[in-house]
Design a protein. Structure first.
Length: 276
Protein backbone atom coordinates (compact mmCIF):
# COMPACT_ATOMS: atom_id res chain seq x y z
CA UNK A 1 0.00 0.00 0.00
CA UNK A 2 1.17 3.53 -0.80
CA UNK A 3 0.20 6.53 1.33
CA UNK A 4 1.11 9.95 -0.08
CA UNK A 5 1.20 12.85 2.40
CA UNK A 6 1.95 16.22 0.86
CA UNK A 7 1.54 19.96 1.33
CA UNK A 8 3.21 22.91 3.10
CA UNK A 9 1.38 22.51 6.44
CA UNK A 10 4.02 20.34 8.10
CA UNK A 11 2.27 20.20 11.48
CA UNK A 12 -0.93 18.59 10.21
CA UNK A 13 1.10 16.40 7.86
CA UNK A 14 3.19 15.18 10.79
CA UNK A 15 0.06 14.47 12.84
CA UNK A 16 -1.39 12.32 10.06
CA UNK A 17 1.93 10.51 9.70
CA UNK A 18 1.93 9.75 13.43
CA UNK A 19 -1.59 8.33 13.11
CA UNK A 20 -0.40 5.80 10.53
CA UNK A 21 2.69 4.91 12.56
CA UNK A 22 0.70 4.38 15.77
CA UNK A 23 -1.83 2.26 13.91
CA UNK A 24 1.00 0.09 12.59
CA UNK A 25 2.62 -0.25 16.04
CA UNK A 26 -0.68 -1.45 17.51
CA UNK A 27 -0.47 -4.49 15.23
CA UNK A 28 3.25 -5.09 14.74
CA UNK A 29 6.23 -4.93 17.11
CA UNK A 30 8.88 -4.39 14.41
CA UNK A 31 9.41 -3.90 10.69
CA UNK A 32 9.26 -0.10 10.53
CA UNK A 33 11.91 2.04 8.85
CA UNK A 34 12.47 5.76 8.21
CA UNK A 35 14.45 6.90 5.16
CA UNK A 36 15.73 10.37 4.28
CA UNK A 37 16.64 10.01 0.61
CA UNK A 38 18.78 13.16 0.62
CA UNK A 39 21.31 10.80 2.23
CA UNK A 40 22.83 8.30 -0.24
CA UNK A 41 23.23 5.70 2.53
CA UNK A 42 19.52 5.96 3.31
CA UNK A 43 18.69 5.43 -0.38
CA UNK A 44 20.67 2.19 -0.33
CA UNK A 45 18.96 1.19 2.91
CA UNK A 46 15.57 1.94 1.37
CA UNK A 47 16.29 -0.35 -1.60
CA UNK A 48 17.31 -3.17 0.76
CA UNK A 49 14.19 -2.54 2.85
CA UNK A 50 11.88 -2.88 -0.18
CA UNK A 51 13.61 -5.91 -1.67
CA UNK A 52 14.29 -7.98 1.46
CA UNK A 53 11.90 -10.56 2.86
CA UNK A 54 11.91 -11.89 6.42
CA UNK A 55 10.40 -14.93 8.08
CA UNK A 56 9.99 -12.94 11.29
CA UNK A 57 8.15 -9.89 9.89
CA UNK A 58 4.73 -10.39 8.35
CA UNK A 59 4.40 -6.70 7.50
CA UNK A 60 6.69 -3.69 7.00
CA UNK A 61 6.19 0.08 7.12
CA UNK A 62 8.56 2.52 5.43
CA UNK A 63 8.39 6.31 5.85
CA UNK A 64 10.19 8.17 3.06
CA UNK A 65 11.37 11.80 3.07
CA UNK A 66 13.05 14.00 0.44
CA UNK A 67 12.41 11.66 -2.48
CA UNK A 68 11.53 14.67 -4.67
CA UNK A 69 15.13 15.92 -4.29
CA UNK A 70 16.65 12.81 -5.89
CA UNK A 71 18.86 13.13 -8.94
CA UNK A 72 17.23 12.02 -12.19
CA UNK A 73 18.83 8.56 -12.28
CA UNK A 74 18.06 7.87 -8.62
CA UNK A 75 14.52 9.16 -9.03
CA UNK A 76 13.99 6.72 -11.89
CA UNK A 77 15.21 3.86 -9.69
CA UNK A 78 13.03 5.05 -6.80
CA UNK A 79 9.92 5.10 -9.00
CA UNK A 80 10.79 1.63 -10.28
CA UNK A 81 10.91 0.35 -6.68
CA UNK A 82 7.54 1.94 -5.96
CA UNK A 83 5.99 0.33 -9.04
CA UNK A 84 7.40 -3.09 -8.13
CA UNK A 85 5.72 -2.92 -4.73
CA UNK A 86 2.31 -1.56 -5.70
CA UNK A 87 0.77 -5.03 -5.30
CA UNK A 88 2.76 -5.96 -2.22
CA UNK A 89 0.17 -6.14 0.58
CA UNK A 90 2.85 -6.78 3.18
CA UNK A 91 4.64 -3.48 2.55
CA UNK A 92 3.25 -0.01 3.31
CA UNK A 93 5.20 3.00 2.08
CA UNK A 94 4.36 6.48 3.33
CA UNK A 95 5.73 9.16 0.99
CA UNK A 96 6.00 12.41 2.93
CA UNK A 97 6.67 15.69 1.09
CA UNK A 98 5.92 19.41 1.33
CA UNK A 99 5.42 19.48 -2.44
CA UNK A 100 2.47 18.33 -4.53
CA UNK A 101 3.04 15.13 -6.55
CA UNK A 102 4.80 15.84 -9.84
CA UNK A 103 3.96 14.19 -13.16
CA UNK A 104 6.64 11.58 -12.39
CA UNK A 105 4.22 10.15 -9.82
CA UNK A 106 1.03 10.42 -11.89
CA UNK A 107 0.95 6.62 -12.23
CA UNK A 108 0.03 6.43 -8.54
CA UNK A 109 -3.25 8.23 -9.14
CA UNK A 110 -4.59 6.41 -12.20
CA UNK A 111 -8.35 5.89 -11.99
CA UNK A 112 -8.32 2.55 -13.84
CA UNK A 113 -6.22 0.29 -11.61
CA UNK A 114 -4.62 -2.95 -12.84
CA UNK A 115 -5.85 -6.18 -11.27
CA UNK A 116 -4.54 -6.75 -7.76
CA UNK A 117 -3.33 -3.21 -7.24
CA UNK A 118 -4.55 -1.16 -4.29
CA UNK A 119 -5.57 2.46 -4.67
CA UNK A 120 -3.09 5.03 -3.33
CA UNK A 121 -4.27 6.88 -0.24
CA UNK A 122 -3.38 10.57 -0.45
CA UNK A 123 -3.77 13.49 1.96
CA UNK A 124 -3.22 17.12 0.95
CA UNK A 125 -2.18 19.58 3.68
CA UNK A 126 -2.45 23.07 2.26
CA UNK A 127 -2.08 26.13 4.49
CA UNK A 128 -5.47 26.62 6.13
CA UNK A 129 -7.58 29.74 5.61
CA UNK A 130 -10.92 31.12 6.78
CA UNK A 131 -13.47 28.64 8.13
CA UNK A 132 -11.07 25.69 7.88
CA UNK A 133 -8.51 27.52 10.01
CA UNK A 134 -11.16 28.30 12.65
CA UNK A 135 -12.24 24.65 12.63
CA UNK A 136 -8.61 23.59 13.14
CA UNK A 137 -8.24 26.00 16.08
CA UNK A 138 -11.43 24.71 17.73
CA UNK A 139 -10.27 21.10 17.33
CA UNK A 140 -6.86 21.79 18.88
CA UNK A 141 -8.49 23.69 21.76
CA UNK A 142 -10.78 20.72 22.41
CA UNK A 143 -7.84 18.27 22.37
CA UNK A 144 -6.23 20.20 25.20
CA UNK A 145 -9.49 20.55 27.17
CA UNK A 146 -9.28 24.33 27.08
CA UNK A 147 -12.09 26.88 26.85
CA UNK A 148 -11.41 30.12 24.98
CA UNK A 149 -13.90 32.91 24.56
CA UNK A 150 -14.57 34.20 21.00
CA UNK A 151 -12.35 37.26 21.49
CA UNK A 152 -9.39 35.13 22.54
CA UNK A 153 -9.82 32.89 19.49
CA UNK A 154 -9.94 35.96 17.28
CA UNK A 155 -6.75 37.30 18.85
CA UNK A 156 -4.92 34.02 18.28
CA UNK A 157 -5.87 33.94 14.61
CA UNK A 158 -5.07 37.60 14.02
CA UNK A 159 -1.86 37.41 16.03
CA UNK A 160 -0.46 34.07 14.88
CA UNK A 161 -1.93 33.89 11.40
CA UNK A 162 -2.31 30.50 9.73
CA UNK A 163 0.95 29.04 11.03
CA UNK A 164 -0.31 25.79 12.57
CA UNK A 165 2.93 25.25 14.52
CA UNK A 166 2.60 28.68 16.15
CA UNK A 167 -1.04 28.04 17.04
CA UNK A 168 -0.47 24.64 18.67
CA UNK A 169 2.63 25.92 20.47
CA UNK A 170 0.52 28.72 22.01
CA UNK A 171 -2.24 26.28 22.98
CA UNK A 172 0.27 23.87 24.52
CA UNK A 173 1.59 26.72 26.64
CA UNK A 174 -1.94 27.66 27.76
CA UNK A 175 -2.72 24.03 28.61
CA UNK A 176 -0.02 24.13 31.30
CA UNK A 177 -1.93 26.80 33.24
CA UNK A 178 -4.12 25.82 36.18
CA UNK A 179 -6.98 27.84 34.71
CA UNK A 180 -8.45 26.13 31.65
CA UNK A 181 -10.94 28.89 30.84
CA UNK A 182 -8.86 31.41 28.92
CA UNK A 183 -9.96 35.02 28.51
CA UNK A 184 -8.23 37.88 26.72
CA UNK A 185 -6.31 38.96 29.84
CA UNK A 186 -4.83 35.49 30.43
CA UNK A 187 -4.07 35.08 26.76
CA UNK A 188 -2.13 38.31 26.39
CA UNK A 189 -0.27 37.66 29.66
CA UNK A 190 1.12 34.30 28.57
CA UNK A 191 1.27 34.40 24.76
CA UNK A 192 3.25 36.71 22.48
CA UNK A 193 0.64 37.82 19.97
CA UNK A 194 2.78 39.88 17.68
CA UNK A 195 0.86 39.72 14.38
CA UNK A 196 2.51 37.02 12.30
CA UNK A 197 1.37 38.88 9.17
CA UNK A 198 4.14 41.43 9.80
CA UNK A 199 6.79 38.74 9.56
CA UNK A 200 5.24 37.07 6.54
CA UNK A 201 4.92 40.46 4.84
CA UNK A 202 8.60 40.93 5.51
CA UNK A 203 9.40 37.62 3.85
CA UNK A 204 7.32 38.64 0.84
CA UNK A 205 9.19 41.94 0.59
CA UNK A 206 12.49 40.10 0.64
CA UNK A 207 11.30 37.90 -2.20
CA UNK A 208 10.07 40.91 -4.13
CA UNK A 209 13.50 42.54 -4.09
CA UNK A 210 13.17 45.27 -1.44
CA UNK A 211 16.48 46.98 -0.67
CA UNK A 212 18.67 46.42 2.39
CA UNK A 213 17.49 49.61 4.09
CA UNK A 214 13.83 48.58 3.87
CA UNK A 215 14.53 45.10 5.20
CA UNK A 216 16.51 46.46 8.15
CA UNK A 217 13.77 48.98 8.93
CA UNK A 218 11.14 46.25 9.11
CA UNK A 219 13.36 44.10 11.32
CA UNK A 220 13.94 47.05 13.63
CA UNK A 221 10.18 47.64 13.84
CA UNK A 222 9.62 44.02 14.86
CA UNK A 223 12.24 44.31 17.59
CA UNK A 224 10.72 47.58 18.84
CA UNK A 225 7.36 45.83 19.17
CA UNK A 226 8.95 43.22 21.42
CA UNK A 227 9.25 40.38 18.93
CA UNK A 228 11.47 37.53 20.04
CA UNK A 229 14.37 37.01 17.61
CA UNK A 230 14.11 33.20 17.89
CA UNK A 231 10.44 33.35 16.95
CA UNK A 232 11.12 35.58 13.95
CA UNK A 233 13.80 33.15 12.74
CA UNK A 234 11.52 30.14 13.20
CA UNK A 235 8.72 31.80 11.21
CA UNK A 236 11.18 32.47 8.41
CA UNK A 237 12.42 28.87 8.55
CA UNK A 238 8.87 27.45 8.45
CA UNK A 239 7.85 29.48 5.40
CA UNK A 240 6.39 27.30 2.62
CA UNK A 241 7.81 29.73 0.05
CA UNK A 242 11.50 28.94 0.61
CA UNK A 243 13.28 27.38 -2.35
CA UNK A 244 15.77 24.51 -2.01
CA UNK A 245 18.80 26.82 -1.67
CA UNK A 246 17.06 28.94 0.97
CA UNK A 247 16.08 25.83 2.96
CA UNK A 248 19.73 24.72 3.01
CA UNK A 249 20.82 28.19 4.16
CA UNK A 250 18.23 28.21 6.95
CA UNK A 251 19.33 24.74 8.05
CA UNK A 252 22.97 25.92 8.17
CA UNK A 253 21.94 28.93 10.24
CA UNK A 254 20.00 26.66 12.60
CA UNK A 255 23.05 24.43 13.14
CA UNK A 256 25.24 27.49 13.80
CA UNK A 257 22.75 28.81 16.37
CA UNK A 258 22.34 25.52 18.20
CA UNK A 259 26.09 24.95 18.30
CA UNK A 260 26.61 28.36 19.90
CA UNK A 261 28.53 29.85 16.96
CA UNK A 262 25.87 32.48 16.21
CA UNK A 263 23.04 34.24 18.04
CA UNK A 264 19.55 34.67 16.56
CA UNK A 265 20.04 38.44 16.28
CA UNK A 266 23.27 37.94 14.32
CA UNK A 267 21.58 35.50 11.95
CA UNK A 268 18.64 37.81 11.30
CA UNK A 269 20.96 40.71 10.58
CA UNK A 270 22.97 38.54 8.18
CA UNK A 271 19.75 37.49 6.43
CA UNK A 272 18.65 41.10 5.99
CA UNK A 273 22.02 42.13 4.57
CA UNK A 274 22.45 39.19 2.21
CA UNK A 275 18.91 38.64 0.83
CA UNK A 276 18.37 39.70 -2.79
Amino acid sequence: MIVYLYGPDSYRRREKLNEYIERYKEKYASGAGVFDLSDEKDFGGFKDFCESRSLFESSKLGVVYNFTELEKSDLKEFISLIKENLKNKDLTLILNSDKKPTKDFSFLFEKALPAGRQAVISHNFDILEGAELKKFLDLEIKKRKLELDPKSKELILSGLGNNSWEIVSALDKLSLLDEKKIDQKNLEKHIDLLPAIDVFAHINKMRDGYNVGSRLAILEELFERGADSARIFNIFAASPYLNKEQKITMADYDVAIKSGKLEYDEVLLSMMLSAD
